[in-house]
Design a protein. Sequence first.
Length: 436
Amino acid sequence: MTDTDAEQSSGPARMTRRSLLTLVGGSAIAGCSGFGGLDQSDEVTIRSNNLPDIRRHQELKAPVHPAVPVALAPSYLDSSRTRVYELLSELPIPLGPEEIPNGHIRQRLTDAASDASDGLDDARTARTGLVTLRSLRHAREHARYAAAGWAVAERGLTDRSLRNEYSQTVSTARATRRDHEYLGMDPVRAALVHSTIETALERAADTEPRPQADSELLAVAQWGERAESAQAYLSDARHITTQFTSSLPDGGGSIENTLITAGETLLAGLRDRRSNLPPESTYEERHPSQMVAEDLRWKAESEIGSVEDAHGPASAVVHANTRLTRFLALERIKARQEAGELSRPSTATAVRSIRQQAYDSLASALEADAHSGLVRDAIVDAGYKIIGADRELSYLQGEIDASRLDDSIAGYWHAMALAHSAPAAARQTASVLRTE
């Protein structure tokens, strides 16, 4: 944004430094010696080139990656990659007008094939096994979309066989979900693993409305994508189950009742916290700390429903831990507000320091707590808050009013509050699990 844009967006109540200099010059010419009580606090500006160097449109990497405490078999990951290669090999790449005359449809299939290749690349550089599975699943979905679409043009494939395949996978996933056994030794690890399995089976068994597409070919392509997605989720759930069970001594015993009781205890605690929240504060001026408090409060209150409607007992425990983290983060923000520790930064140096503290807090949270799995799950969202804050910074140009940084500062403070609160929430959750 240019200086002129900043002046226009700040409204009549604020002036940029350039406006102030103009006023000074005019006053001097007119022989005036004062500014009529101009509020200097509204005139704090910061040069954007002194802020952290984040280039516009650059790819921003999440600082915290979701994980599952299970060792995935390399052979299973290889089989998923092979599946993508097989699907892509069915396509005459590059697709040209002779193969697909319609340019819009041709581009959709070409993009899907390209996205599948990107998914394979993402899987190679993924930092956790769970992210690897996710990247390979996305690659399979895109590859199947392209392959199914091409099959329509090549041999007149209809959606019948794909719909049958999808229906069979959904039925199998539902049966697998009903028969799932909650084995385990360490209830914390078991909760994280079984939560991942529950989520995968729920998504494999999810029935969606009939695809809406602007052509029959693309509708069939969507059925192919849907069938592949369901199968990938089911296969991933089965593999994680097998790998986890094989890691237990003699298969371990059932901890289903432990998970159920712990989930109920944690949910009751969250409801108590929600009922005991003080009335929302009122502010005369919009401030980044207020933005954080409002966001945390809204999520802490409204997302209790994700615990009540969880896919299963393990998911209820893991979701409850994340919501507890938000309640503790809200308390932390409120305490810092009352202590006067959250002043809007007025220099680029202060902004850089706040940003670095946000990144450091995430790393410290993961390293300092014995229940790092629960901590990691609870602060994945904090990583996205930091990415969002960085992206907001990348759009700023020229000399800007300090208030233009409010969204970014709120994002960094939000991430820090979650990171500092997650270890305490994890300890409470683990304590409940191990006493039930």
